[in-house]
Design a protein around this ligand. Structure first.
Ligand SMILES: O=C(O)CCC(=O)C(=O)O
Ligand SMILES: [Fe+2]
Length: 340
């Protein structure tokens, strides 16, 4: 088992024992627990997701984003309606109130139009808008295969997180993630410069993630930076790894013992296109998020004054879906007005 440090001091954790659900996973869980208590970010290696699958997704994504803007707009988010799916153009998402210098394809668990949750008009549930051009043959199948593989990894990592809190391995599955809310994004941070006069500062502005666990593939360009107690540090690309970080709901459940740490992406000035694929492994939309009882050492303090959004996540009581929608409305104000 390896446990070395990536250049930024974020731990690199071999999770093969978690993936195999073997006896040795307790030691891996302890490493994850340490990372979550320190800064909420860690890299995972030996995660079992096929490098060939990742490369297929990367190269198809590259082909998609290289299409003319009007072609990509055939799958624009406005057409995804409440399901909140589809393509958004450069500057189309506002993190911390300013446009990000990225474009993306929003995806999630594929549900047919006649699924009860879709018929009930549940936000962020529905069919995906898969770009289905001949030159993108296999894109849909590759996306679905990738989401399935990384979701499985999410289940295994959450077992590790439960064990790291001295909880039964199935703690989260039994309460929140038997049917997790999976949102998935394919991002492209273009190499093109920001035109004069646009109020763009970042690839992605400072934020924390909303749910439980984010599992991120990033290519070899770099740009992700993390706000640790020691200040901003880069999370450089590490071949064959995923970057994992915990979200606000795990912060909420652990009373702040596990931190949802702010991060951002610098504007891409490498001269090459950057691709990243965050998969958000979150509680079921209807699950009521509650504090874990009897957790030793959990501070449960109001840290809103230190947070990027001045929110007190520990005061949140309600369904995960309500928390998510309140957040998403801020980053896509136009869409909120059109579909909600
Ligand atoms: O693209 C990245 O490296 C990070 C993206 C991110 O933080 C997010 O989508 O929440
Ligand atoms: Fe994020």
């Amino acid at each position: 088992m390896t446990h070395t440090n990536a250049p930024a001091g974020l731990p690199l954790i071999d999770v093969s024992a978690l993936v195999a659900q073997s006896q040795e996973r307790a030691a891996v869980a302890a490493q994850i627990g340490q990372a979550c208590r320190q800064h909420g970010f860690f890299y995972v290696t030996e995660h079992g997701v096929s490098p060939a699958l990742i490369e297929r997704l990367r190269s198809l994504s590259e082909r998609f984003f290289a299409l003319p803007e009007e072609t990509k707009m055939r799958w624009r988010m406005a057409l995804g309606g409440r399901a909140w799916r589809g393509y958004f153009p450069l500057g189309g998402e506002l993190t911390s109130g300013r446009p990000d210098w990225k474009q993306g394809l929003y995806l999630g668990t594929e549900l047919p139009a006649d699924h009860p949750l879709v018929l009930a008009k549940t936000p962020v549930h529905g069919p995906n808008l898969f770009p289905d051009l001949p030159e993108l043959a296999g894109f849909k199948e590759t996306i679905l295969e990738y989401m399935a593989a990384v979701t499985q990894l999410g289940h295994r990592l959450m077992e590790g997180i439960a064990l790291s809190l001295d909880l039964p391995a199935d703690y989260f599955a039994a309460r929140y993630t038997a049917d997790p809310l999976i949102l998935f994004r394919i991002f492209n941070y273009p190499s093109q410069a920001v035109p004069e006069g646009l109020d763009v500062a970042w690839g992605v502005g400072e934020h924390t993630d909303y749910g439980l666990l984010t599992i991120l593939y990033q290519d070899d360009v770099g740009g992700l930076t993390v706000h640790t107690p020691q200040g901003w540090v880069t999370a450089p690309p590490v071949p064959g790894s995923f970057v994992c970080n915990i979200g606000d709901m795990l912060d909420r459940m652990t009373g702040g013992l596990y931190k949802s740490t702010p991060h951002r992406v610098t504007r891409n000035s490498s001269g090459r296109e950057r691709f990243s694929f965050p998969l958000f492994f979150d509680p079921n939309f209807a699950a009521r998020v509650q504090r874990i009882e009897g957790l030793a050492g959990a501070p449960d303090r109001d840290d809103s004054a230190e947070r990027w959004d001045q929110a007190n996540v520990h005061a949140f009581n309600g369904r995960y879906g309500d928390y998510l929608l309140a957040k998403v409305s801020k980053v896509f104000p136009q869409l909120r007005d059109e579909v909600l």
